[in-house]
Write a protein that binds this ligand. Structure first.
Ligand SMILES: [Zn+2]
Length: 376
């Protein structure tokens, strides 16, 4: 019985040092009851019991210490990719953990502003004179020229100075990353405000981001943000990282009002049940404060509904065989609004902090239609 109790306590990861030692002493005493009687035998039994108890106590203390040390080790591991990528930002997870241990929420600390490593990297480049020729806001790389992208089967696949040689980001990724690093939007990276901060009143609950179609470059960038739970989902999860799980955007397996933010880059044009998908995004987002960052190709004069076409028909109708919609930008916005998602088009010149706008040519961002949408 005592042994079972110890196992449960150790598995629970609680403070088992002293209590565990006590239980172990009990086991040892139980075992010694069956030893032969006699003075020498009794002395030996007492000695052996003491030594065994001390050793087991030390082991129990070490074990419980090890279990308590794990969160800090995880925090260090999490910070490593940042250092490798040249960012100076430090994970504040261990600091947050110590506040939790001391029973103090980070919101109670006046002037506690979460560090935004991407903003720090971008500020570093912006302060240089001249600014570096090429910078990648997704991974922190800088250099003279981006890599030449060549895809044999694509008419757009032969382009110089396009792909980040480190994280493989393209213009559209860098556009989104720059918003997370130097955006004015209060829910992205408003200067002086906390980065990706859940609304006040939620204690130390991490920011929750639902990311549909989590392409590797954005996925790894967002995973470096401390105190954020990113949930990667897709209808074809095998196309993405191992932490992406299967989800149908028209029936999202997340509770209502669950997410603080949603990232849907080049997703909505693939979804036949567009209305249902938009309703689902609104459902999982927190009311009023929830936001979505959406990108869609929308270069048609009028929206084309290509859902009933075959492979070649969709290619002609929507410009790509896996797109079922050929959107007109204004029509896309009004379709979103009908379901309760209020979107406005991103204009980096206006949506980035003034100090960051001089980095726009260095990032080689393409102003593909990006939208910041809100449930409020
Ligand atoms: Zn990069």
């Amino acid at each position: 019985m005592g042994g079972d109790g110890l196992v449960k306590r150790v598995l629970a990861g609680g403070r088992t040092g002293e209590a565990g030692g006590g239980v172990l002493l009990g086991i040892s005493a139980m075992n010694t009851n069956q030893r032969p009687s006699g003075r020498i035998g009794t002395l030996t039994t007492v000695l052996v019991t003491s030594v065994v108890s001390v050793v087991l106590c030390v082991l129990a203390l070490l074990l419980s210490g090890h279990l308590r040390a794990e969160p800090a080790a995880a925090g260090l591991q999490r910070a490593e990719p940042l250092l490798e990528h040249g960012f100076t930002g430090q994970s504040d997870r261990s600091a947050a953990s110590s506040e939790v241990c001391s029973g103090k929420h980070e919101h109670d600390v006046p002037g506690n502003v979460r560090r935004n490593p991407f903003q720090e990297a971008m500020k570093g480049w912006a302060a240089q004179d001249p600014v570096p020729k090429r910078v990648c806001p997704c991974c922190g790389w800088s250099g003279d020229v981006f890599a030449h992208l060549k895809i044999m089967w694509s008419q757009w696949g032969d382009r110089p100075d396009k792909q980040c040689p480190r994280c493989k980001s393209l213009e559209r990724h860098r556009s989104a990353c720059s918003l997370f690093g130097a955006g004015k939007h209060p829910f992205l990276a408003q200067e002086g405000a906390e980065f990706l901060q859940p609304p006040q009143g939620f204690g130390s609950v991490p920011f929750r981001l639902a990311h549909f179609g989590p392409e590797k470059t954005m996925d790894s960038m967002l995973n470096q943000v401390s105190d954020m739970d990113q949930i990667g989902m897709d209808f074809m999860p095998w196309l993405y990282g191992p932490s992406t799980f299967f989800a149908d955007i028209t029936s999202i397996p997340l509770p209502t009002n669950f997410s603080d933010g949603v990232v849907v880059l080049h997703v909505m044009e693939h979804i036949p049940a567009l209305e249902k998908a938009t309703q689902e995004l609104v459902r999982i987002l927190r009311p009023k404060t929830g936001w979505a960052l959406a990108e869609v190709p929308c270069y048609f004069e009028q929206t084309r509904d290509c859902r009933d076409k075959d492979y070649n028909g969709r290619k002609e109708c929507a410009g790509q065989p896996d797109h079922v919609w050929g959107f007109n930008c204004d029509d896309f916005v009004s379709r979103m609004r009908q379901e309760g998602l209020h979107c406005r088009r991103v204009n980096l010149e206006e949506d980035l902090q003034p100090w960051a706008t001089k980095l726009i040519p260095s990032m080689r961002v393409e102003l593909l239609p990006s939208y910041i949408c809100s449930t409020g």
